[in-house]
Ligand binder design. Structure first.
Ligand code: 8YV
Length: 315
């Protein structure tokens, strides 16, 4: 039997490659020197695209595959998939929600702790001999008991807030409406008002055209010179230019960021700052979660090609 032909947009860990290649005829888009030539040659036979959250599948790629039936995303975020063209053509889309929620929440909280307590600098203080030479490390800010804002109380935002409760923080959130599963957390509809009452602001929104730059100049100013912004969602949720300017001037205290415009080539102005903690889009990056994500990508592909219902459909 002929295996279904799929286009793989980016690499996966090696434990995913073998089962993927066993079940499907895989065209490795990311390895092609001439990507347009590859699309022109194999696009007509491609029935599914297997991609990653941050890579998605754009209109040109989808249009080069006239027989496309499914886009299977390794990641919860599907903002990089052109959903409009998928809708027009009746192409199904799946993602990998739930399996990564706890790890993403863990990293957000870890970044808050690490940055607020100055742990990276403190390690440098030990390793470069400053402790022995100069004595005590400069004092940092506490986390427990302070005010946390969660912008977007979806699956990941909820797990972040749950963890913050363990630090006795005063928790508030913004979302399109108050959530009845969160009676102990204050609902603040306006993101600017949320930022104004927060010491730490977590951005946990699913990115879309509607949320683009939702964290703009006003939110950043309201968070202020003592505030910390933590982004474990997508760079597009934040006006990066306004963020950089505020970090440079001290109008915003600090930021802990896992995602960047144009990543992995982030704006070099980030590298010159000493009030940031920078992570390489790694919030879901544990072996356990990535194995579960890879399995779910394949399970959705397999379900589709065997006529079964998709496990985690987006469209
Ligand atoms: C990436 C993500 O998919 O879940 C998402 O939306 O962005 C991540 O989990 C991951 O970095 C693999 O590329």
């Amino acid at each position: 039997m002929n295996k279904p032909q799929i286009l793989q947009v980016g690499p996966y860990p090696e434990w995913d490659e073998e089962p993927l290649n066993a079940a499907f005829s895989v065209y490795r888009y990311f390895e092609a020197d001439d990507k347009s030539a590859l699309l022109a040659a194999v696009g007509p036979t491609v029935r599914a695209i297997a991609t990653r959250g941050e890579l998605g599948a754009n209109r040109a790629m989808i249009e080069a595959c006239p027989a496309l039936e499914l886009v299977s995303v390794y990641g919860v975020g599907f903002d990089a998939v052109d959903l409009a063209v998928c809708r027009e053509r009746g192409i199904r889309v799946t993602n990998t929600p739930d399996v990564l929620t706890n790890d993403v929440a863990d990293l957000g909280v870890a970044m808050m702790l690490c940055q607020s307590r100055g742990m990276i600098g403190a390690e440098g203080w030990v390793k470069d001999g400053s402790w022995a030479a100069n004595g005590l490390y400069p004092l940092k800010r506490r986390v427990w008991g302070r005010r946390a804002g969660v912008l977007g109380l979806g699956r990941i935002g909820y797990e972040v807030a749950k963890r913050l409760q363990g630090f006795d923080m005063q928790i508030a959130y913004s979302d399109v409406e108050a959530k009845d599963f969160a009676p102990n957390w204050e609902f603040v509809a306006d993101p600017v008002a949320l930022a104004a009452r927060s010491d730490f602001l977590f951005v946990t929104l699913a990115a879309s055209a509607a949320t683009r730059h939702i964290v703009g100049r006003d939110v950043i100013a309201a968070l202020g010179g003592e505030g910390m912004l933590i982004n474990i969602s997508r760079a597009s949720n934040i006006d990066e230019e306004a963020l950089l300017a505020a970090l440079e001037s001290g109008a915003l205290g600090s930021a802990a960021l896992d995602v960047f415009e144009g990543e992995p080539k982030l704006n070099p102005r980030f590298l010159a700052l000493d009030n940031v903690l920078l992570q390489p889009h790694h919030a879901s990056g544990t072996i356990e979660t990535r194995k579960a994500m890879g399995q779910l990508v394949r399970d959705n592909l397999t379900a589709h090609f065997s006529g079964q219902p998709l496990l985690t459909p987006v469209l």
